[in-house]
Design a protein around this ligand. Structure first.
Ligand SMILES: CC(C)(COP(=O)(O)OP(=O)(O)OC[C@H]1O[C@@H](n2cnc3c(N)ncnc32)[C@H](O)[C@@H]1O)[C@@H](O)C(=O)NCCC(=O)NCCS
Ligand SMILES: Nc1ncnc2c1ncn2[C@@H]1O[C@H](COP(=O)(O)OP(=O)(O)OP(=O)(O)O)[C@@H](O)[C@H]1O
Length: 199
């Protein structure tokens, strides 16, 4: 029997950091951000729909999607964000479910699905248990501004485009507090998984 864990949190709260710890241990992590990138590559259906809705000005010279530009549109405009979600999310869901089935078929005992919008998109039925990676908003903004070279206003717009982390905590089976060091985060993660007898 496989146990499927949904790993979520807020933007820049530390999901990828937690995922890397798991990947190092040889555990399969299915990454929604990665699947979303693949789903909008040139030639994919979602790519064509994005170009027809957002126009060719959303493309780079090589014809691929200018992610920085698309981000600056959708993180400041809810209607455009919902439109992009409606184009990309069905393809992402399909890819994620395929990967999950593959992992189950291989007999993997623990499978992690790293899904930033797990609660917003009501995808909890895809998983058995949920972990939220939490950080205080001040730390979240600092890390996001540093990682993406964003202004405070742009970072705040991205944070505000998601369900507040404090609400996600209420919905989670387990919470990792990632305000501290990565070592502290790792300890919490291993503790949760061993309580669930997942490792
Ligand atoms: C807007 C895009 C082009 C920006 O690309 P960029 O390379 O700068 O960011 P990346 O894809 O790595 O996402 C970074 C983080 O932003 C947040 N985020 C991304 N898309 C959204 C969204 N539609 N709503 C809220 N938060 C989002 C997530 O926390 C994600 O982990 C890209 O995020 C995108 O295509 N988003 C729509 C698909 C989506 O919802 N992806 C999230 C998981 S399915
Ligand atoms: N405990 C920590 N201490 C210091 N820096 C950290 C810690 N955890 C994560 N970071 C840094 O914070 C940033 C955000 O972390 P990470 O990329 O793991 O977040 P994420 O939740 O995967 O983000 P996104 O939603 O954008 O995909 C990264 O630059 C990462 O190196």
């Amino acid at each position: 029997m496989s146990i499927i864990v949904g790993l979520t949190g807020g933007i820049a709260s530390g999901k990828s950091t937690v995922s890397s710890i798991l990947i190092e241990k040889g555990i399969t992590v299915i990454d929604a951000d990665l699947e979303a990138r693949l789903a909008v590559e040139k030639g994919e259906e979602a790519y064509n729909e994005i170009v027809s809705h957002f126009g060719e000005q959303i493309l780079l010279e090589d014809g691929s999607i200018n992610r920085e530009k698309l981000g600056s549109v959708i993180f400041h405009n809810q209607d455009q964000r919902l439109k992009l979600n409606s184009i990309v999310h069905p393809a992402v869901r399909k890819r994620m479910l395929m990967k999950k089935e593959e992992a189950i078929d291989k007999g993997e005992e623990l499978v992690i699905m790293d899904i930033p919008l797990l609660f917003e998109s009501k995808l909890t039925s895809m998983v058995d248990k949920t972990i939220v990676v939490y950080v205080d908003e001040t730390i979240q903004l600092e890390r996001l501004m540093n990682r993406n070279q964003l202004s405070k206003a742009d970072a705040l717009a991205r944070v505000r485009s998601q369900m507040p982390l404090k609400e996600k905590i209420q919905l989670a089976d387990a919470v990792i507090n990632n305000n501290g060091t990565i070592e502290e985060t790792k300890k919490q993660l291993l503790n949760i998984l061993s309580n669930w007898k997942a490792i």
